[in-house]
Design a protein around this ligand. Structure first.
Ligand SMILES: [Zn+2]
Ligand SMILES: [Zn+2]
Length: 583
């Protein structure tokens, strides 16, 4: 018994020592500062409607305790579910968005009516759909440690980037703990975090933040030619999955809690006018501000409450975060905050530092020639030794505030991608009178029929389809055009087509009857539209022997209705007026 007590006491002492050495410094509680007019809220929150722990009421109550004024729910979905109308719960404005899984990462869509069909498939196609439907899309946790969660489609016209993600932070440490090189340092850091968490939850989570730095280049690449809003996401689930299957809750810990997450990171939005308490009107104000980039991100677990303003003034007037000035004339940038003296502010232009090591709470920088660029501000807290009890010591500063950019633009339009040369050779695929060369394909439980129909203006090909119900992922109905000699003499497909209602079909190039396939999906509108699809734009559909389709070996071109963008049991019609192989 005595031995046991001694052992227990030694263990407690060891834990206390470890916590003492490793624990993150307590957040800096800042003295009252001038109100900067910003409204604090949390972006990227999961409820129990997807893989979060609690319902909207409990989450809103946690947000209220953390001092937030709004939360943005982003449960996983395909966009077809009608978002909940805005509401006030516990005095917190609740907005409802959706986090869509694409083949190239997760994409959060806000402020969007229900999609006419499930949004899924290639990331660039989901980006296109969200934009067409009228939503505001944000690449979620784009630098995730998990390859399938990492954002791939940096060329797509995304509206925003989640530059800081609490979910990414700990995942990167977990990934490191699996590699031979960083294994022990990462395991020590995670073990210390688990020990420290009960004592200083928010500070401990903030100590795991790693994302942001590697994304600057990707973001700057986009922002150089069009606005791209940056914001931090809590990605709060109140569940720590201990295995890869996110649906299996048996292996999840209820950590970190919603309230702790909300105390780590907030977005601070500047609406055009004060919120009134009317949920619908206030939601519109908050969303307008987010769309305009009128916001900054603060890591409250480092220091709180923040007060921050970033403005740029030229002869044209004054611009705030998210706004634009014309290049050429002198521009004066002003940064004002309530940062403690040890914190340092850096003014960036895209990836370039314009001014750094600013410790003043109020400073200006004048660019005499008003050079074009995307100017943004970052304020960081000083570094503290990390892993001090484990031997090697690293000092990493923590981000505190990240602004949105002020764009200084030249009069010239940014360069656009050159258009492809027009086709000179056209080979019709549809003879204008019969289904010759065309046939239908379908799985045993679905239906597909191809026929010609006479319309005003001539005959058209019509596909009638009826997909099997239930959960069979193999359901498929397709219109097939056979190309016995391959399609190497051509580089594109030109179509005039329409659907019974808005739909997204997959065009596939296939070797033989069941060989490798490459695909490219297109939106089909209810009115006839001309579309040109280039063969070098096709990507592998499942595993293929080559990344690009070997055009000489392609035996069929398929127009596919399948489980990706159609619901089980769906039926309808699609018409093709013209189809040509071209080059
Ligand atoms: Zn996600
Ligand atoms: Zn998420």
């Amino acid at each position: 018994m005595k031995k046991f007590l001694i052992a227990t006491a030694a263990f407690v002492a060891a834990v206390a020592a470890l916590v003492g050495f490793s624990i993150q410094p307590r957040r800096v509680l800042l003295p009252p500062a001038p109100d900067d007019g910003a409204v604090p809220g949390a972006f990227h929150v999961h409820t129990n409607r997807s893989d979060g722990l609690s319902g909207p009421d409990a989450i809103a109550a946690a947000a209220a305790r953390a001092g937030l004024k709004f939360v943005i729910f982003t449960d996983h979905g395909d966009g077809t579910h009608r978002p909940d109308p805005p509401s006030y719960r516990s005095g917190v404005l609740c907005l409802d968005g959706v986090e869509i899984s694409t083949n190239g990462g997760h994409y959060v869509a806000l402020d969007m009516p229900p999609a006419p069909y499930p949004l899924a498939g290639a990331a660039r196609d989901v980006v296109e759909d969200v934009r067409r439907i009228g939503g505001f899309g944000i690449a979620a946790h784009p630098d995730s440690g998990k390859p399938q969660l990492r954002w791939q489609a940096w060329d797509a016209p995304i509206d925003g980037v989640e530059m800081l993600s609490l979910d990414t932070g700990w995942r990167l440490w977990v990934e490191d703990a699996r590699t031979p090189a960083g294994k022990w340092a990462a395991r020590r850091h995670l073990a210390a975090a688990i020990l420290d968490y009960p004592f200083r939850p928010a500070e401990t989570i903030a100590g795991l933040i790693r994302s942001g730095e590697t994304l600057n280049a990707e973001w700057a690449g986009i922002a150089a030619w069009r606005p791209a809003v940056t914001l931090g996401g809590v990605d709060a689930h109140a569940r720590l999955d201990l295995q890869d299957d996110p649906v299996d809750a048996r292996f999840a810990l209820p950590l970190p809690g919603y309230e702790s997450s909300f105390r780590v990171l907030s977005i601070r939005v500047r609406p055009e006018r004060a919120l009134t308490g009317d949920a619908v009107a206030d939601a519109a104000l908050v969303m307008r501000a987010i769309r305009a980039g009128h916001l900054y991100t603060a890591v409250d677990a480092v220091a709180t409450p923040p007060s921050f303003e970033f403005t740029a003034t030229s002869a044209e007037g004054m611009a705030r975060e998210g706004d634009q000035l014309t290049a050429g004339a002198p521009v004066t940038m002003r940064v004002r905050s309530n940062a403690p003296p040890a914190f340092t502010a850096t003014l960036w232009n895209g990836m370039q530092i314009v001014g750094s090591e600013h410790r003043e709470q109020d400073f200006t920088l004048t660019l005499p020639a008003g050079e074009a660029g995307e100017y943004w501000v970052e304020i960081r807290a000083p570094g503290r030794p990390r892993g001090a009890w484990g031997g090697r010591t690293t000092v990493t500063s923590l981000p505190w505030i990240r602004s949105n950019p002020i764009y200084v633009r030249g009069p010239a339009e940014p360069p656009r991608a050159a258009a492809r040369p027009a086709a000179t050779v056209r080979e019709p695929m549809f003879n204008g009178s019969s289904t010759e060369g065309w046939r239908a394909e379908h799985d045993p439980t679905s239906l597909a029929v191809v026929e010609t129909v006479t319309m005003v203006g001539g005959a058209e090909l019509r596909l009638r389809y009826g997909l099997a119900g239930g959960h069979s992922p193999g359901r498929v109905a397709a219109l097939a055009f056979d190309t016995p000699g391959g399609i190497a003499a051509h580089d594109r497909l030109a179509l005039t087509l329409r659907g019974e209602r808005p739909m997204r079909i997959s065009i596939q190039l296939r070797i033989g009857d069941a060989g490798d396939r490459w695909s490219r999906s297109i939106y089909v509108a209810p009115a006839h539209e001309e579309r040109t699809i280039f063969f070098d734009d096709f990507t592998p559909h499942g595993a293929t022997s080559t990344p690009r389709p070997p055009l000489g070996e392609i035996r069929s071109i398929l127009f596919v209705i399948d489980a990706t963008n159609f619901k089980p049991g769906d039926s309808g019609r699609m018409w093709i007026k013209q189809a040509e192989l071209q080059h």
